[in-house]
Write a protein that binds this ligand. Sequence first.
Ligand code: NAD
Ligand code: MN
Length: 501
Amino acid sequence: MSGAAAHDLIPAPRAVETRCYIGGEFVRGDAAPVVVVNPATDLPLAEIAGASPSLAARAADLNAHAAREMRALPILKRVELVRRLAAGVRNEAPHLAALLTAESGKPIVESRGEVEYAASFFDNAAAAAEMAAGELPASRTADRRVLVLREPVGATFAITPWNFPLAMIARKLAPALAAGCSQAVKPAEETPLSALAFARIFDRVVREVGAPTGAFSVVVGEPPQVAAAFITHPGTRKLTFTGSTEVGRVLAAQCAPRLLRTALELGGNAPFIVFADADIDRAADQAMLSKFRFMGQTCICANRFLLEASIAEEFLARLEARVKALAAAIGDPTLESTRMGPLINDAAIAKVERHVADAVARGARVRFGGTRARIAGLADRFHAPTILEGCDPTMACACEETFGPVVAAMTFRSEAEALAMANGVPYGLAGYVMTQDADRLLRVAEGLEFGVVGANDGAPSTAEAPFGGRKDSGLGKEGGGHGLDAYTELKYVSLRVRAGS
Ligand code: NAD
Ligand code: MN
């Protein structure tokens, strides 16, 4: 590909939004700019003037004010707002997908999938809000009734990652609005453009519906400063974060003095277990879905492949054939035919290289790939899909989340050993089990200490499921009715009833 073609990656036809969205207005930031770079080309996409601590504090004020307005908004209006946001996202799908690809390097086919995934969270939250009901538990005594009310949590603050720049906002914002909360978002510095494009959609829809304009905001800026402004603001009632375990711990500590409610979706280290009784072709197909989505940069991507020794070679041979085909589809992520784009940044590709080198130094073999893939005219940030065999649990690729296109394969000899290996990490987000034995499927699904289990399923994410991790992978659930609950406070009213005469 020529250098000139690389320029075509920028979605030039429509201007990108470079202002923050605060209190229902697009506001130019007053602090250092955040420069957004296309990871496939290294070309700058936009400069967004960041919000200073005082502008972020004003945004936190307006977010708290909007929460009071949202609380008063009838459920029917909240549902109308959320449904129209789903439609607004779908109407702008081509533009949003182009932005996602430009700022994250996600192959355009996957970016379209993300836009629809984002819209599905608005559908789901609207349905959940319509069905939401309080409780009237059976009274233990004749003289009392307990009325359980559902109330919105209030003003919420979200910090989102670069791997699903739009869908992670949708997964948090949709139930927040449906429950009657406001939400301010600090998007990842790598990917604020789709968030701001969505803010334009929100701005139009919220006015059409006549809902509080400040109910959603986007505050771009220095992450610790923006976070501190919201976390210390007395009006903020909840922090919801998706990102690394390391940053999640820091934020949880900052929230602790205020006893601020937290939802933390953190890193994973997903095991992908293939038993000898699995349908090996099907398992290889599911492995491709689980491992190579967005080049392995999702929190539920398989990280460790645990293969029953008797079928390890057969499985890897079938996987290799698929990986070889994938390797032929690396390149410009704006092309329909591309299945793998660049990694998000230099730190990401350095981590992949460190994991491959560490595994090889400790005796693993590179069965396929193992190196960068240089694409003429594009940035040096592409990595070949890679299979490492003969790995063991002490290697970096097995202890840490690689967050890249590397299959780290190791073997086991019994179900008990497989479960012990799978659970033998501090993480607990997603785990996968491939078997055709129904008894084993259920036993292993129950035995996995993970919040999400893909049972013969390499792509378990869906809007109606309660997504979330255990152990170092965080706390709280997003999606479905449980996602709505995360933005709901229960209150009970105890009514004393006098006996009639
Ligand atoms: P990160 O946790 O640093 O970034 C996630 C979000 O947190 C971004 O919006 C970032 O601006 C913000 N952030 C970072 N430091 C902050 C601070 N001190 N205060 C407030 N906000 C802060 O993740 P990363 O550096 O982009 O990626 C590093 C690793 O984290 C990855 O390799 C991967 O293992 C993991 N990760 C997981 C997910 C996930 O979906 N669970 C997403 C991104 C990254
Ligand atoms: Mn970071």
